[in-house]
Design a protein around this ligand. Structure first.
Ligand code: SAM
Length: 387
């Protein structure tokens, strides 16, 4: 082709700055200060410093990921207060390996074994830390109990003695895993006016960890359920992970209609129960949903099956017009796979899912933790090579 003027010809060449895209990021003040203080040879502006650090970070990350793929060693973990293994379901992948689990309830242990092929050990209070294999990561959804304030004067760990958190703490103290992931009900923040939670965080710091926590809600991680839980993450101090934001999920809400089964058999609530309890009591109205409901339902609780306190979520349908959530719907509400095995009674099934965790929410946290650990270790590896 010849003649004419090329489109765009004669336009002024763009400056280097114009070629770049403007992007907004939100970072903590301390991180901003760290960026500005970093001994970088060129560029005084925040923007150019960030550009340099991001490029460096990505290069390190690529090298580390490569090492990680080549590495045969798996990240080992232990699963305490394992229940049916919700946290394990979220944490385990082909680069991790479970080396110990503990759950004393025989029904929960049966579900755990059916799905993970391993019978958990029993009462954790009776197991010495030395008897537990060494591990990189500790996972625990420990039951929440208040502490004795008298013991506090003798140190934060001392104050926790006699509680199940103490067992978590003594195992962390002995094994010094690289990181831990703990989960609890939101009420943990307010018992004893917040003192219990403060002691937990202080005790974990006292045994050598940088500790981060947040309240996360399952509905922000693709589940049609409001389920707020406190999540506590710790990294061993030598990893130098001094800031860590727990992932907040997104606002893309999934309506409960998406997880409903069409007329599952055997979940009918009898008319007698409906008349006697469901619409009679004044201790909180039940939530009735159907295939058009675009809401996120109330928290599935362990006592869901106790019809005497019908304050939960029920589905329109069945012979009597109202039914309980089915097993499959419970799995989906908690983010378990449809083929998760449930070898226990209906009552136990509701208890177990009600006690468990929102799997995708815990997976989002687990993924961030793994990423940060790998990055921290890769930077260390690099530093060690340089010095
Ligand atoms: C809140 S649930 C944790 C559920 C678990 N995260 C899941 O996904 O299913 C706490 C669990 O701790 C178990 N537990 C309580 N005391 C225990 C003990 N002393 N030893 C072992 N397990 C215990 C309970 O049986 C219960 O299953």
């Amino acid at each position: 082709m010849s003649g004419g003027k090329r489109v765009g010809a004669g336009r002024k060449a763009k400056s280097e700055l114009e070629k770049k895209k403007q992007k907004n990021i939100y970072i903590p003040e301390e991180l901003y200060e760290e960026v500005m203080k970093a001994p970088i040879a060129y560029g005084d502006s925040f923007s150019s410093r960030c550009e340099f650090l991001i490029e460096e970070g990505l290069a390190n990350f690529a090298v580390y990921n490569k090492n990680r793929e080549d590495k045969v060693d798996k990240l080992t973990f232990i699963d305490l207060f394992a229940g049916i293994g919700g946290i394990r379901q979220a944490f385990e992948d082909d680069k991790t390996k479970a080396v110990f689990s503990s759950e004393w309830d025989k029904f929960a242990a049966a579900t755990y074994e059916a799905n993970f092929g391993e019978k958990p050990h029993g009462d954790i209070t009776q197991i010495k830390a030395e008897e537990i294999p060494k591990h990189d990561v500790l996972l625990a959804g420990f039951p929440c109990q208040p502490f004795s304030m008298i013991g506090k004067r003798e140190g934060f760990s001392h104050a926790t003695q006699g509680t199940l958190f103490f067992d978590v703490l003594r195992i962390i103290k002995h094994h010094q895993p690289k990181m831990f992931l703990l989960e609890n009900v939101q009420g943990l923040l307010t018992i004893q006016n917040g003192e219990t939670f403060r002691i937990i965080k202080s005790a974990l710091k006292e045994v050598g960890y940088d500790v981060f926590s947040d309240v996360l809600d399952a509905q922000n991680y693709g589940l049609p359920q409001v389920r707020k839980r406190v999540v506590i993450v710790g990294f061993r101090k030598d990893l130098e992970i001094t800031n860590f934001d727990l992932p907040q999920g997104s606002n893309n809400r999934v309506p409960v209609s998406q997880i409903l089964e069409e007329n599952p058999n055997g979940y009918t609530i009898s008319e007698h129960l409906q008349n006697t309890y469901l619409f009679k009591k004044n201790d909180g109205k039940p939530q009735i949903i159907d295939e058009n409901s675009d809401i996120q339902v109330k928290t599935l609780v362990a006592s869901y099956h106790k019809i005497q306190r019908l304050t939960g979520t029920f589905v329109k349908g069945g012979d009597t017009g109202i039914r309980l959530l089915s097993e499959l719907e419970c799995k989906r509400l908690m983010g378990f796979p449809d083929d998760f095995k449930v070898p226990v009674s209906r009552t136990q099934m509701y208890r177990q899912f009600g006690n468990s965790v929102a799997v995708p929410m815990m997976k989002a946290v687990a993924d961030c933790m793994k990423e940060r650990l790998f990055l921290a270790e890769s930077l260390k590896l690099k530093d060690d090579k340089v010095s």
